[in-house]
Design a protein around this ligand. Sequence first.
Ligand code: NAD
Length: 323
Amino acid sequence: MRFAIVGAGSIGAVHARLLSDLEDELVAVVDTDLERAEQLAAQYGARAYPDAASAYSEVDAVSICLPSALHADAAIEALHAGKHVLVEKPVDITLAAADRLIAAQRRTGLTVSVVSQRRFQEPATRIKQAVADGALGRITSGIVESAFYRPQSYYDGDGWRGTLALDGGGALMNQGIHALDLLVWMLGRPVGVSAQTGRLAHDNIEVEDVAAATITFESGAIGLLLASTAAYPGRPVRLSIHGDRGTAVMDDDRLVALTGADDLGAQSSPRAAHLEQYRDFVAAVAEGRAPAIGLADGRRSLATVLAVYESARLGRPVELQEV
Ligand SMILES: NC(=O)c1ccc[n+]([C@@H]2O[C@H](COP(=O)([O-])OP(=O)(O)OC[C@H]3O[C@@H](n4cnc5c(N)ncnc54)[C@H](O)[C@@H]3O)[C@@H](O)[C@H]2O)c1
C-alpha cells in the first residue's frame, strides 16, 4: 500500500520509520512547512508536498499526524478523495468533529483507524484476554496512572501544544488518553465521571497539567485515573485491573502481575505496538474488515476525556451522555 504522511513533525517522523519497517511504501510527506516535509521525505525516498490534496493521486492511504484539532477535517478530506485513513490520537478534540468523521467514513465505506498503540502491547493484550475469559472473575475496579513530566519548553516549542484551540486539553487529552483508552478497553462503557483538574507547574498554557478522576462503568466497575505532565521526572504508564478472583498489572511496559499466570514479564514497547497497529490497519484494508481500533473506540475515549473536563469545570459528577 502507498502511504502519505500528513504532518512531518515528531510523530510524523515516527510513522515514516514504522512504514520503513513494513512492506508498505511511504511515497508522500505533506507539511505546510515544506522544508520540514522535504527533510523527512528525503530520508525515505518520498516526495514532499505543501498540501495533502496534491499528494492524493500518488497514494492509497493517508496517515494524519497533525495537531489534534486538525485531525477530523484532514481525515474527511482524505476520505472524500477515496483514501483509507490512519489518524493519530485523539480522533479530534470535539465530539462534533468526531461525528463528522464517523459520518464521512460511513458514506465512503473506507477504512479508518484511530491510533491507540498501547492496545497492541503484549502485556495489555494479555490482560484484556484475561478479562474477556473471566480469569479475573467479575471486574470490580481499574487504575491507570499516566504520571509524566513535560518541561515548560515542551509547551513553548510549537504554537499548538497547551492551547485549547489546537490541543483541546493537556495532560489528559494529549498524553493520558493512551492510559485512559486502555482502562475503557478493559472495563467497557463509561457512564459517569467525577473529576478535578489543575494547572500547577506550567505557565502560559491554557490547559491542565494534572487531571484526576473516578469513572463509573456500565458494569458497575469503578475506575481511577491520574494524568499528569507535572510529575517530575515522570514514570511509565501503570495499569491495574482488579476482579473478585484476580488482579493484573502492567507497569513499565511489562506484565508484572496476572493471577494464575506463571509467565510474567511479557514486554513490548509502545513503538513495537505502533508497528502492530500499522499491520492491523493494512490487513484491515486488504481484507475489507474493520480495523481493531475504529472510530467508535476513538470517540468513546474522547467522550470520556471531555466528561472529565466538564466534571472538573462544573465541580460535580457528570454523566457521559451530558457531554
Ligand atoms: N500515538 C502517539 O504516541 C503520539 C505521540 C505524539 C503525538 N501524537 C499525536 O500526533 C499529533 C501530532 O503531534 P506531533 O507531536 O507530531 O506535533 P508536531 O508539532 O511535532 O507536528 C505537527 C506537524 O503538522 C504540521 N502542520 C500543521 N498544520 C498543518 C496543515 N494544515 N497541513 C499540513 N501540515 C500541518 C506542522 O508544521 C508540524 O510539522 C497530535 O495529535 C498528537 O496527539 C501521538
